[in-house]
Each structure stands twice: as C-alpha cells, then as structure tokens.
Ligand binder design. Structure first.
Ligand SMILES: NC(=O)C1=CN([C@@H]2O[C@H](COP(=O)(O)OP(=O)(O)OC[C@H]3O[C@@H](n4cnc5c(N)ncnc54)[C@H](OP(=O)(O)O)[C@@H]3O)[C@@H](O)[C@H]2O)C=CC1
Ligand SMILES: O=C(CO)COP(=O)(O)O
Length: 321
C-alpha cells in the first residue's frame, strides 16, 4: 500500500493517479476535510473538478498508514520538518518520498536531508519535475524525476510510482534534483514580476536563461550533476513554471509586477526559498543576482523597476554560467 501525507493539490493528484497501480491511502490532518472529500467525492478545497476514485482510501488517522511501505510527503517545504518530527515513530523504516520543492529557511537544507535527519532509518527520495497537479489528476501525459541515492531502492520506486501517463525518470542525484525544483520557483517569481510589470517576453526569456545560469552555478558549488539541472527537475520545471499562469509562483510574481494583492493562504514555495538560497549563496560566495532581486521584491525592499535596473546596470560580462 502507498500512503500520501497531505491532501493538498499535489498529494491528491498523485493519490488519484496512483490508485491505478494498487491500494492508496490519502491522509490529511484535518478530519473535517476528509469528511468533506468523502461526501463530495472530490477535494473541493485544493483540487476542485476531478473526481476521487472509489478505490482511494481517505483518512485522518495516521495509524492507517502503518502497512504502507512507501509514503509520499506532499506538504509545503517549510512544514516538512514539523510533519516528519510529529509522525517520525509512524514513519520509521519506510521509504519516504518528498514531493515538495524548496529549501528550508531555518537550516538551508533540502527535503531529502530533512527526511534523513528526522527519520534516520527511512529510505529518502524525492519526486520532482514539471507536473501541475491538475494535469496529473486528469491523467494528462507527464514526465518527472525520481531521485534516490540508493540506486536499487530508486529503481524499485520508479516501478511503483510510474503510471501509464506519469513517466518517471530515475537518478541518484538527490542534491541536483531538489535544487532544480527549489530554484525554478524563485525564477518563476522573477518572470511573473517582469510580465506583470509589462517588461515583455524578451525580458522573461533573459530571466529564464540567466536564472538557469544561477541554478547551474549553485549546483556546481554543492556537488550536484550539471546533467540533472539540464533535465526534467531543472530545465524542464523551469520552462513549465516560468511560462504558465497555472503556476502559483508565476502568479505571485505577476501580482507583484501589477502591484496587486495576493492571497497569502496560497502555497508559494519560491518566496521563502529565495531567502534561503540567498543565504546559502552568500556563504558559498556565489553570485546570484536574480535570486537577490526576488528576495528584494518579495520582502518589499525593491520595486520591479529598481530590481530590473539593478540587473541591467551590472558590469558587462562574457556569457557563461
Ligand atoms: N500543486 C502542484 O501543481 C505541485 C506542487 N508541488 C509541490 O507540492 C508541495 C505541496 O504543494 P500543494 O499540494 O500544491 O499545496 P497545497 O497548498 O494545495 O496543499 C498543502 C497541503 O499541506 C498540508 N499541510 C500544511 N501544513 C501541514 C502540517 N503541518 N501538517 C500536515 N499537513 C500540512 C495542507 O493541509 P491543510 O489543508 O490542513 O492546511 C495541505 O493539504 C509544494 O512543495 C509544491 O511545490 C509539486 C509539483 C506540482
Ligand atoms: O511545481 C509545479 C509544477 O511543476 C507547480 O508550480 P507552482 O507551485 O508554482 O504552482
């Protein structure tokens, strides 16, 4: 049995998709939410419009995951440690797959390291890459990255979590995989802000490309493989997120560019991650000007015109990572 913790958009989409492979239990912390989903036959709060299969088990009782050998962790990055710490005894010995994208603000760690620290005897993996919850829930063709340092365990997971429409590519490079997913959200905020401020599609292409150079620089400094960043979890997700208004990070950026309010209850991983990445980049002495701009935009210290001026007035340089 596969367990999914977190009945948000992504957890629900994955649970729907995986019921074709065998028994799945979707766990949420809020019993009322579970009751609502049972009555409505859909997750109206987080993923409206897609029916939940009858075979999908819904539960607010963590003990129902005791027979799950694989548990997908579909909660926001900044909540991952809290959830794992609370339920560590229930998760010991299982294969835990992070389904979140980001860097923890307090420790500057990625999700795999957080799993390893909080549940040391678990097998830790990450599922990441270009895939919107609504597309996956509808069974639209999607390809993502499954990263696990243990190649054997990663291969077994790839088999268990791939479906007819969700094609997973495996890698042992967990560092590169989680970095790509974390940083593309930061770049999506930058692109959204540029589009929202009317700076044009050429500016967006420049931000995506130079954003990708920042991703490569950071990857190189922390021991990730360059090929991982050029794959689904890096370049693939960067492309999807920076060019689609389905992305909440891009929409958040758009609202900044337009000077509009944004609903604070919406999960936007890139804002906290930008601050965490900036701190890490400074410690490693890596130049990340677009990340710096996103930090300034999201903490209210910079307007879009100031951020863009900062980027454009940098000394001219050779084109390289
Ligand atoms: N949506 C998408 O298209 C995709 C999302 N992702 C990633 O998935 C992760 C989750 O995003 P998504 O599902 O969209 O977000 P949502 O905002 O839709 O859902 C977040 C879920 O996390 C739960 N949660 C939050 N805090 C806790 C906690 N302390 N204990 C237990 N549960 C908690 C929420 O529960 P409650 O409702 O009770 O607050 C909610 O069910 C993010 O890192 C995102 O980047 C990755 C790929 C695609
Ligand atoms: O990660 C995603 C698609 O791959 C979803 O992006 P948002 O979190 O910006 O909506």
């Amino acid at each position: 049995m596969i367990g999914v913790m977190g009945a948000g958009a992504f957890g629900t989409a994955l649970a729907i998709s995986l019921t074709g492979n065998g028994p799945v239990t979707l766990w949420a912390r809020d019993r009322t939410h579970i009751d609502e989903m049972r009555i409505a036959g859909e997750n109206a709060r987080r993923l409206p419009g897609t029916a939940l299969p009858d075979t999908l088990r819904l539960s607010a009782d963590i003990d129902e995951l005791q027979h799950a050998t694989i548990v997908l962790l579909a909660v926001p990055m900044q909540k991952l440690r809290t959830v794992l710490t609370e339920y560590a005894p229930n998760l010991a010995g299982k294969t835990l797959v992070a389904c979140c994208k980001g860097v923890e603000l307090e420790t500057l760690q990625g999700p795999v390291q957080v799993i390893t620290e909080t549940v040391p005897d678990a097998v830790a993996a990450i599922l990441t890459g270009p895939g919107f919850a609504h597309d996956i829930a509808k069974g639209l063709p999607t390809a993502m990255t499954l990263a696990c340092a243990d190649a054997l365990a990663g291969g077994a997971l790839q088999d268990r979590l791939s479906t007819a429409n969700l094609r997973l590519y495996r890698t042992t490079d967990t560092i590169g995989s989680e970095l790509g997913g974390a940083l593309k959200n930061v770049m999506a905020i930058a692109c959204g802000a540029a589009m929202g401020a009317g700076l044009g599609e050429s500016a967006r292409a420049a931000l995506m490309t130079r954003g990708y150079a920042e991703m490569q620089r950071m990857a190189q400094a922390v021991g990730a493989r360059a090929e991982t960043l050029s794959g689904l979890s890096g370049f693939g997700d960067l492309t999807l997120t920076c060019t689609s208004e389905q992305s909440r990070n891009a929409r958040f950026g758009l609202s900044i560019g337009r000077g509009e309010d944004f609903d604070a209850s919406v999960t936007v991983e890139g804002a906290a991650t930008a601050q965490a990445v900036q701190a890490r980049a400074r410690a490693l002495q890596i130049d990340m000007p677009i990340t710096d701009a996103v930090c300034g935009l999201t903490n209210g210290q910079l307007r879009v015109d100031q951020a863009m001026n900062n980027l454009l007035s940098r000394p001219l340089k050779e084109e390289k990572c």
